[in-house]
Design a protein around this ligand. Structure first.
Ligand code: NAD
Length: 329
């Protein structure tokens, strides 16, 4: 067993968090991750309104008695969500762990802390991490350039970002972006993290509520198969490379660039959602991290989390056998 401040604070067995994923963080996946010993996270905005989030929370509780959390991500949206309504609904339903992410999270973080909840805040720069630390979050989730979705605008890979976190942060942090296996977990621990956050890896599990074709597409992909969109709008997102994301990039690169209005039809989340429902990877934009290159199968969450735990323990034991450390005393 690998015990860390993450496992202690959140009451989970394995230091692995299933991060928020739009259209994917639904009860069946969340309960499976939590039952496997990790921390499952419901994505609030995947539910159409706060009442639907209440139903999703109750549904998750029917399938697990283990801890799970709720993600609320604050980013530009075509239809501005009722963030406060989602937050209140989750707190009233008794959720004790929140993952926040995105811009200006101060008000939400203060609310969750005033309700005695644990907050894991995801950020992509040390500057934002330190400001969240001052706001009183419990754990930071340090999201490197490798991640799916929104990596920020600074393009710092996980190795340096996590080492910087070790230098600067006082509270525990977990590593996010590019993690998919036990070796990755050990590397995160070596960089001072208390665990890992995985999104793309959990998309490709038996219980993940997306079409089998998309899971198979992930298995067949390499680390070359993602691309950044919205770079020119300063809302960069790493998504799967397909005809739609390549069209978006081409529009952004044309002379004079593109406004969001020029891209809206191509990038809408409603269209991306259909990808997961009908299994056509070319239908719209869908998020994926560079870790697609590491994913070779579609295990159950139980198999995956157990494998990561075993592999991490073997890597740690193997290192102490193969790396000789001599003392000059
Ligand atoms: P959406 O249909 O509202 O927007 C699609 C994409 O366009 C998103 O990446 C969004 O950030 C971006 N966008 C929207 N308006 C924009 C603008 N004016 N300028 C620049 N970019 C703009 O998105 P959705 O799929 O319905 O998701 C709802 C919200 O959840 C979005 O803000 C999205 O970024 C966010 N999100 C959450 C997660 C998560 O893990 N919880 C993951 C991905 C995205």
């Amino acid at each position: 067993m690998i015990s860390t401040p993450l496992t202690e604070i959140c009451g989970v067995r394995v230091p692995v968090v299933q991060g928020g994923m739009q259209w994917v963080g639904k009860p069946e996946l969340v309960a499976a991750v939590s039952n496997a010993g990790g921390l499952g996270i419901i994505t609030a905005l995947t539910q159409p309104n706060p009442d639907a989030l209440r139903v999703a929370i109750r549904e998750t509780r029917k399938s697990t008695d283990k801890p799970f959390g709720v993600n609320i991500t604050l980013l530009p949206s075509i239809n501005p969500p009722d963030y406060e309504g989602y937050a209140r609904a989750a707190v009233e339903e008794g959720v004790k762990i929140f993952e926040t992410a995105g811009n200006s999270p101060g008000k939400l973080i203060k609310y969750f802390k005033s309700e005695g909840c644990i907050v894991i805040h995801k950020c992509t720069t040390i500057r934002h991490a330190k400001s969240a630390e001052r706001l009183g979050v419990d754990i930071l989730s340090i999201d490197g350039f490798e991640c799916a979705g929104h990596p920020g605008e600074d393009d710092i890979g996980g190795v340096v970002l996590l080492a910087r976190a070790a230098q600067e942060l006082k509270i525990p942090y977990i590593a996010s972006g590019g993690f998919a296996d036990g070796r990755g977990l050990v590397s995160a621990l070596a960089l001072g993290a208390a665990g890992v956050n995985m999104g793309t890896r959990f998309m490709c599990t038996v219980e993940s509520p997306i079409h089998q074709n998309i899971k198979e597409k992930i298995v067949a992909s390499t680390e070359q198969d993602t691309v950044h969109i919205f770079r020119t709008l300063r809302n960069t997102a790493r998504v799967f490379k397909n005809s739609v994301s390549e069209q978006v990039v081409a529009l952004e690169r044309r002379p004079g660039g593109a406004k969001f209005e020029d891209l809206r039809e191509l990038v809408s989340g409603a269209r991306g959602r259909v990808v997961y429902e009908n299994g056509d990877p070319e239908y719209g934009i869908w998020s994926a991290g560079i870790s697609v290159g590491l994913i070779r199968d579609i295990p159950s969450c139980q198999e995956l989390v157990a494998r990561i735990e075993k592999e991490a323990e073997e890597v740690i034991a193997g290192m102490s056998r193969s790396v000789k450390v001599s003392s000059k005393l």
